[in-house]
Every structure is written in C-alpha cells, then in structure tokens.
Design a protein around this ligand. Structure first.
Ligand code: ZN
Length: 286
C-alpha cells in the first residue's frame, strides 16, 4: 500500500435513453430516437462489465428513462448501484421557469423513488447546465450533492447561491450552501469525443486509443502530482456501450486497479464521506 495516495474513482453513467434526443435536441426522427434506444443495449453491457469487476457506479437517470425502461432501471438498482436525478425528459434548467424546474425536480424524484423506495441524494443537470435557482432547490429537496459544475477537477467543493456577474466589476461569489459539488468536465465525458452530430459541425467518432490517452493522463496527474482526490468519468450507455469503447473502458479500469490507494466508489458515498470530513462552515443550510 502507498499511504500517500487516496484516490476515489467514480464511474458515472447518464442513462439518457431517448430523452436526450426528444428533450434536448427536440427531434421526432425515428432514426435519431433509435440512437437513444441503444442506451438499453449499452446499459445491459455496462451492468455485465460492472458485475464482472464487482464495481459500484452512479447512474443519473431521467424520469422518462425510468418510465420507458423500467426493467433496465430495476436491474441497475437491484445490482446495488446509485440512482441519481437527471431531469424528467432531459430538460435544461435554464430553459424553465422556477415553477417548472420545481415540478420537474419533484417528478424526477418520484420516478426514482418508485424504483428504489427512497429519494435520490445526487443530481446531475441534463446538459450540465444550471439555472439561478437549481442549487437552492437541491438544498430544499435534501440533495447531498450536485455534479454539474466545473470549477475544480479532483476536489469537491460546496455549491453557492447568490453569485453576481457583472462586466464592469469583479465577480461576486455568493454564499456556500450545504450541497456538495462533485465537479465534472467535458474532457472526462464520452459524449463530445465519440458522438457524431450532424448536420451540426461536430464530428466525434474519435478512436478509443485517443480518449484512453486523455483519460489516463488526467488520472496520472491526479495520482502522481496530487495524490488525493476524486476522479469522475461521465459516460452514456448509448455512447460508451459500443463494443470498441467498452473494451477501452475495461483497459482503463485495469489501469486504475493497478495502482495502490485507488478505490472505486459511488458518488453518493464520496459526497457523504467528504462532507463528514469537511463540514460546511459559515455557509447557509437554509
Ligand atoms: Zn444526460
């Protein structure tokens, strides 16, 4: 064992299914919607992989997916993985009124509660975007953590409310609240590397080796230069679930497991442990 190393690896899967295409991209093309249907196939493969490696994972699941694919979501829950909130039909909170955002938050909670019997403690915004009231709502509804922001990479931090952005004065940082941020980043997300979008000018379809290099190098930096922290990968069953990409993920898991002081955890576990070790001081819990 290497006592100077303490790394948590969080494998997270956003099971968007059809909702990302119908909700975020507003398509009604059966062919495009079928890209989301592949999420069911990818989910089954990922669950097999996690079972083989005996690894926990965090799954962010829109209510729409939970209701469209109840058997798949039941299998995720029965395997002991964490279920987190991801909207109802992949809505961007900034496109909603405060009342709409509250309604969707409640609906998404209810959908997951019907599967697990308890409310989710983690939230990831669809499209990694938040409105001015998102974090206040998460606090009000008892969420332990959010994973939508990018102000750090390997170190959790507390969310804030009341930030003020002006272009004629310095940025004003608001008050910290008792909702922990487990940051993500597009560079540690499979979607922008692999997904082909057209006619929009986004090619995707990168080789797994390219992405392996980037993801492994970020892990190397955390492990070698920092030594302590949380490494979070954001993946989508309809993206990472393709064969050549899943083989890359297996190689990456093997690589992580070859290091002392590395533990795979759910994001809920990481957030709970981190908050106990670093309680909020001087912030607002109301
Ligand atoms: Zn999503």
């Amino acid at each position: 064992m290497n006592p100077s190393k303490n790394i948590a690896v969080c494998l997270s899967f956003d099971f968007d299914g059809i909702s990302v295409w119908s909700g975020s991209f507003r398509t009604r093309s059966p062919s495009t919607l079928s890209r989301g249907e592949f999420g069911k196939v990818g989910t089954a493969r990922i669950l097999d992989l996690l079972d083989r490696y005996r690894l926990p994972a965090s799954w962010f699941i829109p209510g729409h997916t939970a209701e469209t694919y109840p058997d798949s979501v039941r299998r995720i829950a029965d395997a002991g993985h964490e279920l987190g909130h991801h909207g109802y039909c992949h809505e961007n909170p900034r496109s909603l009124s405060a009342d709409q955002e509250r309604d969707i938050l409640e609906r998404g909670i209810a959908c997951l509660q019907r599967v697990t019997g308890k409310a989710p403690i983690g939230y990831r915004s669809p499209a990694a975007d938040v409105s001015p009231v998102t974090h206040s709502l998460l606090l009000e509804y008892g969420f332990v953590y959010d994973s939508s922001m990018m102000a750090d990479d390997f170190t959790p931090y507390y969310c804030r409310v009341g930030d003020e952005m002006r272009t004629d004065a310095p940025y004003v940082f608001g008050q910290e609240i008792d909702v922990l941020e487990l940051p993500l980043d597009w560079s540690l997300d499979d979607w922008p590397y692999f997904n082909l979008h057209w006619p929009a000018n986004h090619v995707g379809l990168r080789t797994p080796d390219e992405v392996y290099q980037i993801w492994a190098a970020d892990f190397d930096f955390l492990y070698d230069r920092i030594g302590q922290g949380v490494y979070t990968l954001t993946m989508h069953p309809q993206v990472i679930g393709r064969g050549h990409r899943l083989l890359m993920l297996e190689r990456l898991i093997d690589y992580f497991q070859g290091h002392d002081g590395v533990a795979f955890k759910t994001m809920g576990q990481v957030a709970t442990e981190w908050k106990q070790a670093h309680p909020l001081r001087g912030g607002s819990d109301a």
